[in-house]
Design a protein around this ligand. Structure first.
Ligand SMILES: [Zn+2]
Length: 154
């Protein structure tokens, strides 16, 4: 098991996409599937719909997911969706066919990191808190959204 380098924080949209791309390239087993003889991202349909503050958290999740799958002697499940919803990180798998077929230990990791996202600023990765009023987000004090404006996805 090789330790993955942490990924630096991006400041532009191009870097934003590059950073997610780098993360996906580190884990081809988790992010690719074969479609008509071509390699595709399982996640391509939805993309990664959260801000980069959670990138380090996701990176650690992937390390642990891979290690736990190896320990269980199963292939790591492929991820079809990563998004922010109601202020927390949501991760969905495409294999096996039903989410319930994913080993309990691996689903527990999704919950563990989902819980961690609720104390991690989605923008910068510093300690954050879940804002329960209005549009739910998890942000540090510096990145609290304006109460009038819902934060759009990039
Ligand atoms: Zn922040």
């Amino acid at each position: 098991m090789v330790d993955k380098e942490p990924i630096p924080i991006a400041s532009t949209l191009a870097e934003f996409n590059l950073q997610w791309e780098q993360l996906m390239l580190q884990w081809p087993e988790i992010f690719y599937y074969r479609y008509g003889g071509r390699k595709e991202y399982a996640i391509k349909l939805w993309g990664i719909q959260c801000d980069l503050g959670w990138c380090a958290l996701l990176s650690r999740f992937l390390v642990e997911l891979d290690a736990e799958a190896r320990r269980l002697g199963v292939p790591p499940p492929r991820i079809s969706q990563i998004k922010e919803k109601l202020g927390s990180l949501r991760i969905r798998f495409v294999t096996p066919k039903r989410q319930a077929d994913i080993p309990t230990e691996l689903r527990a990791l999704v919950l563990k990191y989902g819980a961690e996202s609720m104390t991690t600023c989605e923008v910068c990765g510093d300690r954050g808190r879940l804002n329960q009023s209005g549009y739910r987000t998890t942000r540090c004090e510096a990145h609290q959204p304006s109460p009038q404006i819902a934060t759009p996805y990039k």
